[in-house]
Design a protein around this ligand. Structure first.
Ligand SMILES: NC(=O)c1ccc[n+]([C@@H]2O[C@H](COP(=O)([O-])OP(=O)(O)OC[C@H]3O[C@@H](n4cnc5c(N)ncnc54)[C@H](OP(=O)(O)O)[C@@H]3O)[C@@H](O)[C@H]2O)c1
Length: 261
């Protein structure tokens, strides 16, 4: 299938490792030019070097801190000055684990801004270019926790619901102008974040990390964690011309882990 991504320009947030890095590499492999953003660009430069010099012109590292409004707004200025983007992948660092009862108003506000408020602002800044050319893709990465709340991930379960409501509303507002807006839900995709969560659960429950990971895998019908590439494949499709009639959707990439229909 021809994805039509050659020559497209994308901004991928949280692109230094894990899901964001896999998405950025996959878009590059399909011929897109990717502005790859994270707080530090060191890891982005490292994976770009590993891909080889033939891809160098397609990867533009950008330092951006989603906790900091000024950083986000300046990044938007810079991206617009470069001609804007066709594809925006809204991905962020996950919040700390903990029950909802543990969270303070300050923690809710801080993490809401990094995972939602500042992402909404960035999207507003970049979507005008997409609407003007009547083609665009907004893809936000959330979590299986929006459909099946994950114990001890209170901040994540709560804040990501806002991303869902925002995305669905935006999808209807811009659908007629060629811009699709979707959310993708990772189940358990093997990244540093998942290793850290497993380690945290092992410490809390006085179990080995291997036992925690085995119990987690046992809840997944496919029987294993997903790979970042398997997740990136779905995002890459949503970013493509081929996905032009998919909008306002929430798509699971979870190996069947979410139990509800
Ligand atoms: N992996 C899964 O199975 C899974 C499941 C459910 C939900 N999720 C969610 O999906 C997202 C990506 O997951 P992941 O596993 O790839 O996480 P990860 O391995 O921890 O990677 C997070 C990425 O976000 C960047 N980042 C963190 N804080 C940032 C900030 N303040 N500003 C800008 N960039 C920031 C990190 O780079 P820097 O540190 O350099 O900034 C890194 O590139 C997370 O929100 C995670 O909670 C993942």
């Amino acid at each position: 299938m021809e994805l039509g991504l050659k020559g497209r320009r994308a901004l991928v947030l949280g692109a230094s490792r894990g899901l964001g890095a896999a998405i950025a590499k996959s878009l590059v492999a399909e011929g897109a030019t990717v502005i790859a953003a994270a707080r530090s660009t060191d890891l982005i430069k490292a994976w770009a070097a590993e891909l080889g010099p033939e891809y160098a012109a397609q990867i533009i590292p950008l330092a951006l801190d989603l906790n900091d409004f000024t950083s986000v707004d300046s990044a938007a200025d810079w991206v617009i000055a470069q001609g804007g983007v066709d594809i925006l992948v809204n991905n962020s660092g996950g919040p700390p684990a903990g029950s909802v009862l543990q969270q303070t108003a300050t923690l809710w506000q801080t993490h809401f801004q990094a995972m939602a408020g500042h992402v909404f602002h960035l999207t507003n800044r970049l979507i005008d270019g997409m609407l003007g050319q009547r083609w665009g893709r907004i893809i936000s990465i959330a979590s299986s926790g929006v459909e099946q709340p994950i114990p001890n991930l209170g901040l994540s379960n709560g804040i990501r619901m806002a991303v869902l409501g925002w995305s669905k509303t935006l999808a209807s507002e811009v659908a007629a102008q060629g811009v699709t807006v979707n959310v993708v839900l990772p189940g358990r995709i093997h990244t540093d974040r998942v290793d850290q969560l497993d380690q945290g659960a092992a410490t809390r429950q006085h179990k080995s990390v291997e036992d925690i990971a085995a119990a987690s895998r046992a809840t997944i019908p496919v029987g294993r964690y997903g790979t970042p590439q398997e997740f990136a494949n779905v995002v890459t499709f949503l970013a493509s011309d081929a996905a032009s009639y998919v909008t306002g959707s929430t798509i699971r990439v979870d190996g069947g882990m979410i139990r509800s229909v």
